[in-house]
Design a protein around this ligand. Structure first.
Ligand code: SF4
Length: 693
């Protein structure tokens, strides 16, 4: 049996693995690839269980009574499913205009599919209505990095550099649970004497192994960063030569941080002054040093400014662009990096180009063979689009790929209601997700091991995803579906279902853009263990490390941006006295559509656990294992309690891999990135009346 070298279907680490089809099942083994070096986590080891899972969608589904979503879904042929879809698209666009049909994509789509989806909406639908779940994931850090550094590549250096840093500040990330094989780099650094400081309201596995754990109140990370910068300035740790030669705007930031004296920041954040001083001392004296942020710092209604505050600190200390040093953000979804580069974002064209930039429009339109004036303008961001579904000026027909928004969107009950108000909902997935259950048409799509494509991992390394076995007979790839739908809409000549042809077109569309893939070929990816973008020509080596010689800003310098702490959009009060923060468990991935179906993972963690401090539990008569009800202004969720003295007594943690947590979360949006405030909302907690059930 032929063995295929490919990558894990889940997170942005994109661990290397081999697949060998056989009887009775596909054999999955780890392989030695630069990011995982032979390691896999439990999710990766069990990923082949998805391929022949009994819940797998093997044929399209349509409603038994068309137009009535209370009638059951029944099996149908592709022609019927796509005919219904085409008719719904045409009817909505005739009545309400082009923007009434839209798409919602995902950070798990290959580069080719993300690119094709963006093009499908702009060229086949001629609509501006497209966004994707990466808006809920990476948008805040991406906006800050673009604004400050002129480019957003999550890690601007290979992961292996982390092992060489002598001090690392990790803010709102828990790689020990989210991507365990990446810990080998942190572990190697620690073994060599590096000092790691973790900022997290919970004592996570990552925090437990660190030299220092700072435990701020959720929503105060920006104040903490400004406080650290205040100390760095006062104690003479600013790299004045670097700041003068390589940055602009420090004067305004220096002035702003005057107001963040340690006692005040301690009052806002709850982090003791001594810990702040020690953090700054380590970053300033244990060099090279790194600052890494992730969703804990970024998923806030001030997420862009919070990421910016840590960028400001990194720039002031002269870290960015130096060896084994710098600022990075840890991407979550499998193709969270590539998925935000090639046009499935409301304001974006391939190559990380802006859709409102005339030169970008002209370049991409030329590659696509259309007039630039045919291209629509920017559309609404993810939550803003979802919030208006079914309204007179909103989307009436929605196509959802690789996303389970009924579980993963903030204020998810409202989003589910809005999905119910659509004229027509089409969902492409491998399982009947909670979102697929609401659809008029469900399209069964090929899985990771059944198709070819490329992914871009958290380092900006472009990788090959390879086909190890064919999809089931009546299952199609998303590229095939988009090309067929485009043909039915009279725009078939613009689309290919061949992933290699789509990648070659993507290379041309991205040429000259920020995320330039022009010189990346499938052969090079194979030969070089992946290629780092930007890579403008086939004789260019790719760019593992950015910023050594300058920043891609008009001045060539990085920009400081003055940012100020403000309270989260929702504060605890008498009715909702605690802060809810959400996040990940080791055994599950995203909304759980896949991992909740893997037996080994559900045995290890069968249900969500609300993590609460024993003091808080005692106040409410809650014992470990009791069912508790969490209530916010938007909804309620019942889950079992897990008592832990590793969490702040004023904070409750709930994982988002099951329906429930996002019924509570607040859709207040960051004004810069339109990131919702997933990480802070006010909740009440009570012991559920069924007690221990
Ligand atoms: Fe897959 Fe991420 Fe686990 Fe690696 S760390 S095996 S990429 S889920």
């Amino acid at each position: 049996m032929k063995t295929t070298e490919t990558h894990c279907p889940y997170c942005a680490l994109q661990c290397g693995m081999t697949l060998t089809p056989g009887l009775p099942r596909v054999r999955l083994e780890p392989r030695d690839f630069p990011v995982n070096r032979g390691g896999l986590c439990a999710k990766g080891y069990t990923a082949a269980d998805l391929l022949d899972h009994p819940d797998r969608l093997l044929t399209p589904l349509v409603r038994k009574e068309p137009g009535d979503r209370r009638s059951p879904l029944r099996e149908a042929g592709w022609d019927e499913a796509l005919s219904l879809t085409t008719k719904a698209i045409q009817a909505a666009q005739q009545s309400y205009g082009p923007d009434s049909v839209g798409a919602f994509g995902g950070g798990g789509l290959t580069n080719e599919k993300a690119y094709a989806l963006g093009k499908f909406v702009r060229v086949a639908l001629r609509s501006s209505s497209i966004d994707y779940n990466g808006r809920f994931c990476m948008s805040a850090a991406a906006t800050a990095a673009n604004r400050s550094l002129g480019v957003d590549r999550g890690l601007p250096f290979p992961l292996e550099d982390v092992a060489r840093a002598r001090s690392v500040l990790i803010v709102g990330a828990n790689p020990a649970d989210a991507m365990p094989p990446s810990m080998q780099y942190l572990d190697a650094g620690r073994a060599a004497g590096a000092r790691h400081i973790v900022v997290d309201p919970r004592r996570t596995a990552t925090a437990a192994g660190a030299h220092l754990h700072l435990q701020p109140l959720p929503g105060t990370d920006l104040a903490l960063a400004n406080g650290l910068l205040h100390i760095a300035i006062r104690e003479g740790y600013v790299d004045e030569v670097y700041v003068a030669e390589r940055t602009t705007g420090f004067g305004a930031v220096r002035a702003a941080t005057n107001a963040y004296w340690p006692e005040r920041v301690e009052r806002i954040t709850g982090v003791p002054e001594a810990q702040m001083r020690e953090t700054v001392r380590l970053l300033a004296t244990e060099r090279p040093a790194m600052i890494l942020t992730a969703r804990g710092a970024e998923q806030h209604s001030n997420g862009t400014d919070t990421a910016q505050a840590y960028l400001n600190l990194a720039l002031a200390l002269g870290l960015v662009g130096r060896p084994f040093s710098g600022y990075g953000t840890i991407t979550g979804q499998g193709n969270g990096q590539g998925g935000r580069e090639h046009g499935q974002k409301a304001d974006q064209l391939p190559g990380y180009r802006r859709i409102d930039d005339p030169a970008a429009r002209a370049h991409v339109a030329a590659v696509w063979g259309i007039d630039p004036d045919e291209l629509p303008g920017p559309g609404r961001s993810a939550y803003e689009m979802l919030d208006r579904l079914g309204t007179p000026d909103g989307v009436r027909v929605l196509l959802v790929l690789a996303s389970n928004i009924a579980v993963s969107a903030p204020h998810s009950n409202r989003v589910a209601d809005r999905l119910g108000d659509l004229d027509f909902l089409v969902v492409s997935d491998i399982f009947r997700s909670e979102t697929a259950e609401l659809a008029d048409v469900v399209l069964p799509t090929a899985q990771w091991a059944e198709e070819e494509g490329t992914m871009t991992n958290l380092e900006g390394r472009v990788l090959r995803r390879k086909r190890a076995l064919p999809p089931p007979p009546d299952v199609r790839t998303d590229l095939e579906v988009l090309a067929e739908l485009a043909a039915r809409l009279g725009r078939g000549e613009f689309f290919s279902s061949d992933p290699r042809a789509v990648f070659d077109e993507l290379r041309r569309a991205s040429a000259g853009g920020i995320a330039d893939y022009a010189g990346i070929t499938w052969q090079r990816i194979e030969a070089e263990n992946g290629v780092f973008w930007p890579c403008p020509s086939e004789d260019h080596p790719g760019t593992p490390r950015l910023f050594a010689d300058g920043f891609p800003t008009p001045s060539g310098k990085a920009r400081f941006v003055r940012v100020e702490h403000r309270d989260p959009a929702e504060l605890p009060d008498r009715q909702f006295p605690y802060v809810l923060t959400t996040g990940r468990n080791m055994q599950h991935y995203q909304s759980g559509t896949q991992t909740r179906r893997v037996k080994a993972l559900t045995v290890a963690l069968p249900e969500p656990r609300a993590e609460i401090h024993p003091d808080l539990a005692r106040r409410h008569g809650i014992a470990d294992g009791d069912l508790v009800e969490l209530r916010s202004r938007r909804g309620a969720a019942v889950m079992r309690a897990r008592l832990s003295d590793g969490i702040r007594p004023d904070t409750v943690f709930a994982p988002f891999h099951w329906p429930g947590a996002n019924a509570l979360t607040n859709p207040a949006l960051d004004p810069h990135s339109r990131m919702p405030a997933f990480k802070v909302c006010a909740v009440a907690i009570t012991r559920h009346e069924k007690g221990t059930d």
